[in-house]
Ligand binder design. Structure first.
Ligand SMILES: [Zn+2]
Length: 265
């Protein structure tokens, strides 16, 4: 069983400390048994790092309208039943279960603050400046703030298919983004610059060999990658090959739309 001390040691071995500003993605179940539960993970992160941010996205606010702009990787009018299940966004809405129990535990931490996007909110501690960077036009801007301040992405028992910072890199590379809609108490709100699909993001791994720090924590791998390097490597690759990082899943509408949007020599 993993203890608080195991987490502290692993983070120290990754060269994380009070100077560190991290965006964390975590699978609590992949870590195995943890004494004290998800609170142990959050507590050890907060006592190690200066700033901790996690995505607390709420996809269940999303609405598919009957009509909308073309080439948007969405089948308009196809989701009447899902629309009925959509929930109004509110600031205390729990993160989607897909975000993981660690993110939801951070959200409930007394000193945590949350940004205001109805689908793509981030929660953080000591992260006011980063979270304030988020706008509807730049929903992933808190990641840009972390990169500017030499932050890291920390992957706890997860791989790059949940690494939102690569979605940020896609935006920086000028890749096509999407329009989505969220149900809010103010009505249905259009959310531009909605990111692409992350299913192909593991393809980045060999390119990060020189910059990834790794340690084992129980049965899982924990990785820290400097955001500035990650973004630079991913953006350069997408400039070289506009199809880089796209997935091969048949029927993936967003990857197909991006392929259709680029000219490849
Ligand atoms: Zn895809």
């Amino acid at each position: 069983m993993l203890s608080y001390r195991d987490f502290i040691n692993a983070f120290r071995d990754l060269d994380l400390g009070s100077h560190s500003q991290v965006i964390v993605h975590a699978s609590f179940t992949a870590l195995g048994e943890v004494a004290g539960g998800a609170e142990t993970v959050v507590g050890s992160l907060l006592s190690t790092c200066g700033t901790v941010i996690m995505p607390t996205f709420t996809y269940r606010t999303m609405i598919t309208p009957p009509v909308g702009p073309p080439d948007n990787a969405i089948e308009y009018g196809s989701a009447d039943e899902e629309n009925l299940m959509a929930e109004f966004y509110h600031h205390d809405m729990p993160a989607d279960p897909a975000m993981g129990i660690v993110a939801e535990t951070l959200r409930q931490y007394p000193e945590a603050i949350r940004s205001v996007h109805p689908i793509l909110s981030f929660t953080g501690v000591n992260a006011q400046e980063a979270l304030q960077m988020q706008t509807f036009e730049e929903p992933l801007a808190p990641i840009g703030w972390l990169a500017e301040y030499d932050g890291d992405v920390l992957l706890l028992g997860v791989d790059h298919t949940v690494n939102t910072s690569l979605n940020y890199a896609e935006r920086q590379a000028g890749r096509k983004q999407f329009l989505r809609w969220a149900l809010t108490p103010r009505g249905v709100v259009a959310c531009p610059v909605y990111p692409g699909c992350a299913d192909g993001f593991q393809l980045i791994v060999p390119r990060l060999d020189g910059v990834t720090r790794r340690v084992m924590l129980g049965q899982s791998m924990v990785e820290a990658i400097p955001l500035r390097d990650l973004i630079h490597i991913a953006v350069s690759w997408m400039h070289e090959d506009p199809r880089a990082l796209l997935c091969d899943r048949p029927g993936c509408e967003r990857c197909a739309a991006i392929r259709a949007s680029v000219r490849v020599p």
